[in-house]
Ligand binder design. Structure first.
Ligand SMILES: [Zn+2]
Length: 348
């Protein structure tokens, strides 16, 4: 009798915890009130331009019409339950659906910024489906091998050494991951490598960080810098110019005072980028769509992180603009430099 009562009591407590957590994970900020990127009128001067689409997390599709590159290519967007049950694997149907929706048939390279699941997990599948090379660290290469990729399509990068794809030059530079709580570090293999071919399904801790990179992508239309995690190595971009910076904003509000100043110095100021777009702030545990919401407050305080970032970006003389998942921009160095008077944060 006593055991039955204890069991019922435990079940009710568990149910209450699950309900409270479910509700808490629905409380999220929006990007309303922040300056939005809006497409500019067609350029009459025939400057070369690129099309850049943000596909959530650190996934960016970059094309000049002839050559097409993709960072990360994370489309599976596994659920929190998958993380808890320690069974993560690419959702091939979802990957293919997203590739079709973004009109991606052929890619030249899939470039992985580090080897956590929300960056590398789908990259080999995307590369194999589109005939692309997989570029990244040795850890990323091992995810490619575990997926059955042909060794000739896997390229382990050398930091600072450019790789040419059509008119694009892709340069990986050594960087750092954003600092996280110690328990998350342990859970996500921070500072550790994936030392053997990794075949999914695998638990979250199998997708270790490997090397973290900041990417510089050079093109006659303009140069792009991509920081897929809000970390940096001091001096990482010294000597590199960029016109636009796509930088992760996630985790900035949890860092020590002065961190964002150093972050912006090592991404925006170092390159002289005139336009800054925050990325990775979308809730990557829900499927990608035009209205994919921001991460819940429990995971990230977007208004606080955006405020810190936007202030430093403004001080650096650049504009801070927010793109929504699946939004496309037409980019050229001229458009990045164009001053938009309403480009600075108006938020609280
Ligand atoms: Zn990460």
């Amino acid at each position: 009798m006593r055991i039955t009562r204890w069991l019922i009591g435990s079940l009710i407590t568990l149910l209450i915890i699950v309900c409270v957590l479910t509700i808490a994970f629905q409380v999220r900020p929006t990007t309303e009130g922040w300056p939005a990127y809006t497409a500019q009128p067609a350029d009459q001067t025939n400057h070369p331009s690129l099309s850049i689409t943000w596909l959530g997390t650190s996934t960016l599709l970059i094309s000049d019409g002839t050559t097409t590159l993709l960072t990360d290519g994370y489309f599976s967007r596994v659920s929190k339950l998958d993380v808890v049950t320690r069974s993560l694997s690419p959702n091939v149907a979802r990957i293919n659906k997203n590739l079709r929706a973004a009109n991606i048939e052929k890619l030249d390279a899939v470039m992985v910024v580090h080897s956590h699941f929300d960056h590398v997990m789908d990259a080999p599948w995307v590369a194999m489906k589109t005939g692309a090379h997989l570029l990244g660290s040795e850890s990323t290469a091992n995810v490619g091998r575990g997926a059955g990729m042909d060794e000739k399509d896997i390229r382990v990068v050398t930091p600072g050494k450019g790789v040419q794809y059509g008119d694009f030059e892709v340069i990986f530079l050594s960087s750092e991951h954003v600092p996280q709580a110690e328990w998350i570090d342990r859970l996500t293999g921070m500072g550790e490598d994936i030392s053997e071919p990794l075949s999914p399904p695998a638990p979250v801790d199998a997708w270790k960080e490997g090397e973290s990179y900041v990417l510089v992508i050079r093109h006659p239309a303009g140069n792009i810098v991509i920081q897929g995690s809000a970390g940096f190595a001091d001096g990482q971009l010294d000597g590199y110019q960029a016109d636009i910076a796509f930088v992760s904003s996630v985790g900035l509000s949890r860092q020590a005072s002065g961190y964002t100043q150093d972050y912006v110095r090592n991404t925006v100021r170092a390159t002289g980028a005139k336009a800054v777009i925050p990325i990775h702030w979308d809730d990557f545990f829900v499927p990608l769509q035009a209205g994919t919401p921001a991460l819940p407050y429990l995971m990230e305080n977007l208004p606080a992180s955006f405020t810190l970032l936007a202030e430093e970006v403004k001080k650096a003389g650049a504009k801070f603009e927010v793109m929504q998942p699946k939004q496309t921009m037409t980019f050229s160095k001229q458009s990045a430099a164009k001053d938009l008077s309403a480009s600075h944060a108006t938020s609280e």
